[in-house]
Design a protein around this ligand. Sequence first.
Ligand code: GLY
Ligand code: MN
Ligand code: MN
Length: 489
Amino acid sequence: MTEQPAPENPEGDEPIKQRKNGLYPAVSDELAENMKSGWADTEQRDLRPIPQAEQTARRRAELSARFPGERLVIPAGNLRTRSNDTEYAFRASTEYAYLTGDQTQDGVLVLEPTASPDGQKGHDATLYLLPRSSRENGEFWLDGMGELWVGRRNSLAEAERLYGLPCADVRKLAEALAAATGPVRVVRGHDAGIEAALTDKVTAERDEELRVFISEQRLVKDEFEIGELQKAVDSTVRGFEDVVKVLDKAEATSERYIEGTFFLRARVEGNDIGYGSICAAGPHATTLHWVRNDGPVRSGELLLLDAGVETHTLYTADVTRTLPVNGRYTELQRKIYDAVYEAQEAGIAAVKPGAKYSEFHDAAQRVLAEKLVEWGLVEGPVERVLELGLQRRWTLHGTGHMLGMDVHDCAVARRETYVEGVLEPGMVLTVEPGLYFQADDLTVPEEYRGIGVRIEDDILVTEDGNRNLSDALPRTSADVEAWMAALKG
Ligand code: GLY
Ligand code: MN
Ligand code: MN
């Protein structure tokens, strides 16, 4: 153990910690010896497997069958520095969490190819994790990642019980991967150390095939996932109710009050928000990714709130409501809102098994184009508008996307399985048409400018149609007003 220079202020409140900068007192041999012992055995021997252990095993089996004879490496990712010695909150990679159920930083799932005597190819899966900190060598209290500082970790034996997988020490993994031979693929973008160890053995193209396969595995959700998505939506509904109850406080402060209110619900009931909440009041509603949330909230204007709670298992909701801040839509706001509602109804009606993925988008866009022509904002006929895509000046974005562990889920699935594919029971997608009139859009009458409306729900494709997971939130303008009145009391 290195002796360190005495700190300038040895009486300070800082706990003793071995650091390179020498700001902390040296550790005497007596103290080092003392810290080794006197600790209770806290091993948990009665842990039950996580509820989705069966599903994660099935997903690994699918992966194994797709890539026989190849070593597959799926990292959770590492902490990322925010500033100096503080880090961003860790969120495990979706691929790793999907295939293991674990969410530990630095974890790596490895599928090692095997061949049985009859030539049947398969894989042995191992979860590589940081084990509990050694007390013997002092790392548990002298190392920055020691459990005394960051909290108790699962022992490898505990992790085996939880995840139903053999577990091993991750600290030797990079070296072992660098020395190993045979074909290998890694999910890129999460763990630079692991990727560096494999750099001579992998190609971008082959690695991408692995990522695409896992993305496509996630297109159809199983019962566990649908239950988690419903939980995410239910918490999100409560978060929207929280926001309505504090709109007067938001008026007295800013959009940040709304962001903070929703965040409280997300952190108390879930893991986090699934994406940056869009708390867009007044003309900010026309900025699609308004996440600065630092503007005023004014009576007479609309609030577009697009937010979703992420569950502890990392499934997120993605819901939008556009609310009149004072509880009543103006005549023009209502006209635009009702048009978006009608488009959303048409979109939702097009969500059913066997329908092309593109159909719900086309159905919603048609309604919006009809309205824009009817209001004289664009010259008809509607067919011409749709053919040339002229409505897109005000509709701006696609009408929805797959939803799951990522808000824009399955993002690297191939076109033929996703945007040019066909809907199947178990898929979950958003239907979220909108109309946005920018504050500086000189092509629309002045009274339209600065109005943005989106309505977004989370829709499960069922055997005979669909189920709106977020239907606990009102959607028609009249129902929104009645709901707000009841919440505000
Ligand atoms: N909240 C992002 C989206 O609606 O797609
Ligand atoms: Mn969305
Ligand atoms: Mn959204």
